[in-house]
Design a protein around this ligand. Structure first.
Ligand code: SAH
Length: 330
């Protein structure tokens, strides 16, 4: 919801200030209409319904994967496409994958969003409305800024959204911001003191290969990015998650596992999350399960914590790196 518009409308009508908080509290608990806001006078509900849309985003389509993952394609008022994903896990966890931009200006070669034109930095309210959309379907408890876009290029809106998410049940400690390694953003996040998790998309243990996969590495090379991550850990004592997408014959060799483990010192500052590659129309193929397992045990053997990411929603192109609003561009 456009919270400024709500504010303005309520004061124009001459309503007391606490009405703002009432409306927000209903939204944060998943209300799907003004009609549901039973402690507001009926006339006020009717007027707000006319003047303040419940969301800044309009749902265009929704898809459900066999594993229960839901992907929503939403549109901003200017018709920019935004995709967001709800992941349900067997332990009951419900995690949101949120977009920070429509499209992405970076051009990582393996990512579908990177091949889409960059369109728009989402506002705080457009970010929060993605979460509210899924909150209306039930409780939510985790969020990752791993949808479309680079959160560090829209950090003010992302951090403002993080201030509102706890009202929905998503505390900052259960929120993660993932970056390609945009150093000024990492430094600002560290300085902000907001206790969200930092995740770094690393993907290659040396500069030449990393620059090939992620052209942004030319601007912010590996050593400098890792130094910013170490500083983040030193200042916050929150471990940085290292994302590493497994590409067959590209970054999944034995020596590359060794090189990766050597980069990650001190050990306790990092945790590696190996990501099975999700098909996009890029030239890459994902590493086999055996190759991922072998890579994992090399890193583990060197004392680095490592997990393999569960793949969710691949049958509806809702998995990591597949968000591109393919059928939405028209
Ligand atoms: N721009 C930020 C936020 C997006 S996060 C970042 O890059 O970190 C999306 C994550 O999915 C990133 O780690 C990204 O590298 C990874 N990813 C991109 N394409 C993928 C694909 N096809 N398969 C698996 N993971 C992919």
């Amino acid at each position: 919801m456009d919270l400024e518009l709500l504010n303005r409308t309520l004061s124009e009508i001459g309503e007391p200030h606490y009405r703002n908080r009432q409306v927000w509290a209903w939204l944060a608990r998943g209300a799907d209409s003004y009609g549901a806001m039973s402690d507001l006078p009926a006339a006020l509900r009717a007027r707000l319904a006319e003047q303040v849309p419940l969301s800044t985003l309009v749902l265009e389509r929704e898809e459900r994967a066999r594993d229960g993952t839901v992907k929503a394609l939403l549109r901003t008022a200017e018709r920019h496409a935004v995709e967001s994903v709800l992941m349900r896990y067997v332990d009951g966890r419900r995690s949101l994958c949120i977009s920070s931009q429509s499209g992405c200006p970076l051009t990582c070669t393996f990512c579908a969003t990177g091949r889409m034109r960059f369109a728009h930095n989402l506002t705080r309210d457009e970010i929060v409305d993605q979460a509210l959309h899924f909150r209306r379907m039930g409780p939510v408890d985790h969020a990752v800024f791993m949808g479309m876009g680079e959160p560090m290029l829209n950090l003010d809106a992302v951090l403002s959204a993080c201030e509102l998410l706890p009202a929905l049940g998503i505390t900052s400690r259960r929120t993660a911001i993932s970056t390609v390694g945009w150093i000024p953003g990492i430094e600002r996040l560290t300085a902000s003191g907001v206790p969200v998790r930092l995740a770094l998309s690393l993907h290659a243990p040396e500069d030449a290969l990393r620059s090939e996969l992620m052209p942004v590495n030319e601007r912010y090379p590996l050593d400098d990015v890792l130094a910013a991550c170490r500083a983040h850990w030193a200042a916050t004592r929150r471990r940085v998650f290292i994302e590493y997408v497994m590409l067959a014959g590209v970054n999944d060799r034995y020596e590359q596992a060794l090189a990766l483990a050597r980069l990650l010192s001190p050990r306790e500052a990092f945790k590696v999350n190996l990501i099975p590659y999700n098909p996009t129309d890029s030239p890459y193929e994902g590493s086999s399960r055996q190759a991922i397992a072998a890579f994992r045990s090399v890193i583990e053997g060197m004392g680095v914590r490592v997990t393999v990411r569960l793949t969710r929603g691949r049958d509806i192109a809702a998995a990591c790196g597949q968000l591109a609003a393919t059928r939405a561009r028209a």
